[in-house]
Design a binder for this molecule. Structure first.
Ligand SMILES: [Zn+2]
Length: 521
C-alpha cells in the first residue's frame, strides 16, 4: 500500500473539466428502496442520504477482526441486514463500482440498516486504502441478479470526474485487490470476468463509466506478482538495452496520460536521447515500465525516474527481446539455498517465501562475476527484481584496441550502477508497489501453490507463449510470457551487444576497474 509516493494535490487543478462524459450520474433521482420487495436481489443504486456526507466524517471505529484481504486497512463490516451470510454460490466476477460518493460516507451507509445495499470492499481515492466490509463468502448486495456470483469493489468518487477520482493509487490498489481475488477464487484474469457494474446483466447503472482506464487497469492486474513470489531477471550488463527517443517525450512516474502528471512526476527528454534499461514490463495501458540502473541515464537524480519509469513506447526506437539481454548460464540462490538457473530470457521464479528480507546471490562460474542483492518482500504481493551481472574477463580470440571505446560506454553505464543497485530498485519499489516489469509466468489463478518451482533455461522457453492460457497449469519459465510482452515484435533491438569476443573484452575492462559490483544492503 505504500510505495510510490504521490502528490495527491497535484490532480486538483489538472483535472478540472478533464472529461465531460455526458453519462447519466448514478445517483438515482428517486430512492427505489421502498419499492424493492424484500426478496428481490439487491443492487447498490449508489443513492446516499444527502446528510450522510456530513455526519460520515467520523465513521464508527472498525472492529478488531482481521480482514481477509491482507492489504485492507480494516475489516469494518456492513450491517448484517445489508448482505446475505454465506450467500455466494460461485465466484464468477470481480465487479468495479464507483461510489458516487465519499469513502467515509459509503462506509457509513453500508453500516446503516436503511441502506439495504453493501459491497465487499471499498477504496479511498487519494491513497487506495481498502476497507473490507463483507466477507468474500457472503453475498453483498451490489449488482442485483449477479450478487451471488460477484465480489464487488466500490471506488470512491464520481463517474463524471474520473480524472479527479480515478487516481493512480486507486488503479494500483484496485488491481492488486482484483488480482488477489481472482487468485483466491480461481477467477480468470480477463475482461469477461473483471467487469464494471455497467457490464453485468440487468443493470441500470453506468459505473465506472468511460473514464475508467480499463487497458491500464488490466495491465496492472496482470502485472501483479503472486504472493510470496520473487521473480528475478538476470541481465548481462554488457547487453543492456538502449532505446532512443524519436520525439521529445518523458520518463514518467505512472502509466497514466502525461497530461495528468505534474513536473515532479515527469522527466522531459529530447528527441535523440538514449535510455538504457534492464527490464521492460508488458504494456500497462499505453505505457511500459522500465527498470534501470539508478544513477544513470538522462534522468539521474530526478525523483527516482532514473531507476524506474514509465515510457510511451511509440516515442522510442524498438525495445529489446528479453533473450537478447539475458545472462544465460547464471543461477540465483535464495537465502543461501541452491542456485536456480535462469531461463533463456534470464528469468527465474524463486521458491515461495514469507514476507521480510531475503538474500539473492547470483552466480555464473566462468561466465559472470558474482552479484548479491537483498529484497524486502511485502506480505502481498510478491516482487520483481532485475539484477545486472558483469561477464567475467575472457581471453579474446582476436583482441583489438579499437574496442575499448565501446568499453568506455559500458563503463559509464556500469559505474554507479553497482552502488545504486537496480536490483534494489526492483526490490524496494517493486516490492511495495508490486508493479515492476517481469512478465508474470503464473497467470493462472490456480498457480499459487505450485508457483515456486525453479525454472531452467531450455530451448522451449521462447515458444510457449500460449502459456497465456489462463486455465492451464502454471508454467514457470519465461515460456509463459503474457501476450504482448514483445518477444516476437521487438526485432529492432538496440541492445549494446557486440559481436563475438568483443563483449568479453568490454566486460573485462569493467571488472578490472572494479565496477559493477553490487552492494549488499
Ligand atoms: Zn455500481
Amino acid at each position: 500500500m505504500t510505495g510510490v509516493s504521490t502528490d495527491w494535490t497535484r490532480r486538483a487543478a489538472l483535472r478540472v473539466g478533464a472529461l465531460t462524459l455526458g453519462l447519466a450520474a448514478e445517483t438515482a433521482a428517486a430512492h427505489p428502496l421502498a419499492a424493492t420487495p424484500p426478496e428481490q436481489e439487491r443492487e447498490d443504486d449508489h443513492w446516499r442520504p444527502a446528510e450522510l456526507e456530513s455526519w460520515a466524517i467520523e465513521p464508527p471505529p472498525p472492529l478488531a477482526a482481521d480482514s481477509e484481504y491482507p492489504l485492507a486497512a480494516a475489516f469494518d463490516p456492513a450491517c448484517s441486514c445489508n448482505y446475505s451470510v454465506n450467500g455466494i454460490t460461485s465466484y464468477q466476477h470481480v465487479v468495479v463500482h464507483t461510489m458516487q460518493g465519499s469513502y467515509s460516507g459509503t462506509k457509513s451507509w453500508f453500516k446503516n440498516p436503511d441502506a439495504q445495499v453493501s459491497c465487499h470492499y471499498i477504496m479511498r481515492s487519494v491513497d487506495g486504502e481498502v476497507t473490507q466490509m463483507v466477507l468474500d463468502k457472503d453475498k453483498a448486495w451490489h449488482v442485483g441478479s449477479s450478487n451471488a456470483t460477484s465480489i464487488g469493489i466500490e471506488h470512491e468518487g464520481y463517474i463524471d470526474d474520473p480524472a479527479k477520482w480515478y487516481t493512480w493509487e486507486t488503479y494500483v490498489s484496485s488491481a492488486r485487490l482484483a488480482r488477489w481475488l481472482t487468485t483466491r477464487h480461481d477467477i480468470p484474469v480477463d475482461r469477461d470476468h473483471i467487469l464494471g457494474h455497467v457490464e453485468l446483466p440487468n443493470q441500470s447503472h453506468t459505473d465506472p463509466g468511460a473514464g475508467w482506464n480499463w487497458d491500464m487497469y488490466m495491465g496492472l492486474v496482470q502485472d501483479v506478482v503472486p504472493q510470496g513470489q520473487i521473480q528475478v531477471a538476470v541481465v548481462d550488463r554488457s547487453k543492456l538495452c538502449t532505446i532512443t527517443a524519436t520525439v521529445s517525450t518523458y520518463l514518467q512516474r505512472t502509466a497514466e496520460s502525461t497530461d495528468l502528471l505534474t513536473a515532479p512526476e515527469l522527466c522531459p527528454i529530447a528527441a535523440g536521447t538514449q535510455v538504457t534499461y534492464l527490464h521492460a514490463s508488458a504494456p500497462i495501458g499505453a505505457r511500459r515500465r522500465l527498470l534501470m540502473e539508478a544513477g544513470q541515464g538522462p534522468c539521474a537524480g530526478v525523483n527516482g525516474l532514473d531507476a524506474e519509469a514509465f515510457v510511451d513506447p511509440t516515442h522510442f526506437t524498438a525495445m529489446c527481446a528479453p533473450a537478447a539481454m539475458a545472462a544465460v548460464g547464471a543461477t540465483v540462490s535464495l537465502d543461501g539455498g541452491p542456485g536456480l538457473a535462469v531461463d533463456a530470457n534470464g528469468f527465474v521464479n524463486l521458491p515461495p517465501v514469507g514476507p521480510g528480507s531475503h538474500a539473492l546471490d547470483v552466480a555464473g562460474p566462468g561466465l559472470y562475476e558474482p552479484a548479491a542483492d537483498m529484497v524486502d518482500l511485502a506480505v502481498y504481493p510478491g516482487v520483481r527484481v532485475a539484477i545486472a551481472v558483469d561477464p567475467v574477463a575472457v581471453e579474446p580470440p582476436d583482441p583489438t584496441g579499437g574496442e575499448t571505446g565501446g568499453g568506455e560506454t559500458g563503463g559509464g553505464e556500469t559505474g554507479g550502477a553497482g552502488e545504486t543497485g537496480a536490483g534494489e530498485v526492483g526490490g524496494e519499489v517493486g516490492g511495495e508497489v508490486g508493479e515492476t516489469g517481469l512478465p508474470d509466468p503464473t497467470e493462472a489463478p490456480t498457480s499459487g501453490p505450485d508457483s515456486g518451482e525453479p525454472t531452467t533455461a531450455d530451448g522451449s522457453s521462447g515458444e510457449a507463449e500460449a502459456g497465456g492460457d489462463e486455465a492451464g497449469p502454471p508454467v514457470l519459465s519465461g515460456a509463459a510470457l503474457p501476450e504482448g510482452y514483445g518477444q516476437n515484435d521487438e526485432d529492432g533491438c538496440a541492445c549494446r551487444s557486440g559481436a563475438g569476443g568483443r563483449e568479453g573484452w568490454l566486460a573485462a575492462g569493467l571488472v578490472l576497474l572494479g565496477l559493477g559490483r553490487r552492494r549488499r544492503r
